[in-house]
Design a protein around this ligand. Structure first.
Ligand code: NAD
Ligand code: MN
Length: 357
């Protein structure tokens, strides 16, 4: 029996709804497969913890998480706590503390989903966005001078290091190589931003030499939104900075039908620390507690987690189960359906147990 220790951090808003759905599905997989076990411990960190203790997680939070094989994360964000507090108090310290420098965001149009683009159907959009996850625009550097005065200045400093850019570029080229089309698009804004972004372009060209079998091209981020919308078939693997990929992957999620299906993996490719798996979406307080949050993103990211844990069979079975359920039109309201979180979850559990999947 193989066993994997998973730290679940449901956190805020719909986070607990989609993570408990995901844990139910993981338990069903373990039961169905019989040779794998998930030892899950759930941590009540997040905005409630902040209201009680003034911090999003305990001071020894990272030391606690370090002993796990993977982290399964919901979302942070609450109406009464500033977003920069929730983000910098929990999610970013984990990503940065565990050097999860590769953020991997697959996008596909799942069967049964009608995407917003009329020229686009299942199979027309199959991307993986690789987001630099350790530096860039979210390095936390900058400051405010003359706070509150008319002459106030705020700076937001993006930091790009040769080590940081080279390692994400190698990861992205390697991922592109593993996919059938072997095609990578490198995104920057190196016309207007002439320092770190130009370095990014130069390092891409250097790393490309190590991957002669990968075809690659460059795009400016603004033009990239147009290409994603009008020529989705021309793209495959995409690499971009922390900020650019953050924005592009929300667009990708929407183009594939809903943010509610978009998963993400925060990976430490060297496996020194646990990696973290989460839906792309936030805490969605507009639908919290209504029982209609789409759990598909949390299922899909669980499949990414299973791949990472060396359980490709379980991952593939879960993806087939998800596709069977979406294909049967069992969809939550964000996808135009009437199913609840529970309906979708139970349908996926049934599919996992079915003999012909
Ligand atoms: P959001 O992703 O929470 O919601 C955007 C829209 O998409 C909302 O209309 C929401 O109802 C819908 N949506 C999102 N996930 C869905 C799902 N699974 N099923 C159905 N509909 C879904 O983004 P927002 O509204 O900009 O932010 C809300 C809060 O979440 C903020 O506090 C923000 O800072 C935080 N946030 C956190 C993360 C994270 O934890 N990784 C990411 C993004 C935003
Ligand atoms: Mn985002």
């Amino acid at each position: 029996m193989r066993s994997h220790a998973i730290a679940a951090i449901p956190a805020d808003g719909i986070g607990p709804e989609v993570i408990s759905a995901g844990l139910r599905v993981l338990a069903a997989l373990a039961q169905r497969l019989g040779d794998v076990r998930f030892d899950v411990e759930t941590f009540g960190w997040g905005s409630d913890h902040y209201r009680k203790h003034g911090v999003m997680m305990p001071a020894d939070g990272l030391a606690t998480l370090k002993t796990f094989d993977a982290i399964y994360f919901g979302a942070v964000g609450a109406p009464d706590v500033p977003d920069h507090v929730t983000l910098w108090g929990l999610r970013l310290p984990i990503c940065q503390g565990f050097d999860q420098y590769a953020n991997v965001r697959p996008t596909r149009i799942l069967p049964g989903i009608t995407p917003p683009l009329r020229h686009c159907g299942p199979g027309d959009l199959d991307w993986v966005i690789v987001r630099e996850n350790s530096e860039g625009e979210y390095s936390g550097h900058g400051g405010r001078a003359h706070k509150g005065l008319p002459e106030e200045v705020g700076t937001e400093v993006a930091i790009f290091t040769r080590v940081g850019v080279t390692r994400i570029m190698r990861y992205a080229f390697g991922l592109a190589r593993s996919r059938p089309r072997k095609l990578l698009t490198v995104v920057t804004k190196s016309n207007a931003q002439r320092h770190g972004m130009v370095m990014w372009d130069e390092i891409a060209a250097e790393v490309a030499q190590e991957f002669p079998d990968v075809a690659w091209d460059k795009m400016l981020v603004d033009a990239m939104t147009v290409r994603m919308t009008l020529k989705p078939r021309s793209l495959d693997t995409i690499v971009a900075t922390n900020l650019h990929a953050d924005i592009l992957s929300d667009l990708a999620g929407a183009l594939a039908g809903s943010l509610g299906v978009a998963p993400t993996a925060n990976i430490d490719p060297q496996r020194r620390f646990p990696s973290m798996f989460e839906p792309i979406h936030g805490s969605a307080f507009d639908i919290t507690g209504k029982g209609i949050a789409n759990p598909v993103a949390s299922f899909w990211t669980a499949a990414q987690m299973l791949e990472h844990l060396g359980e490709p069979e379980a991952a593939a079975r879960l993806m087939r189960a998800i596709e069977r359920v979406t294909g049967a039109g069992i969809l939550t309201p964000d996808l135009g359906g009437t199913a609840t979180t529970r309906d979708v979850t139970e349908a996926v559990v049934d599919a996992i147990h079915s003999s012909n999947i």
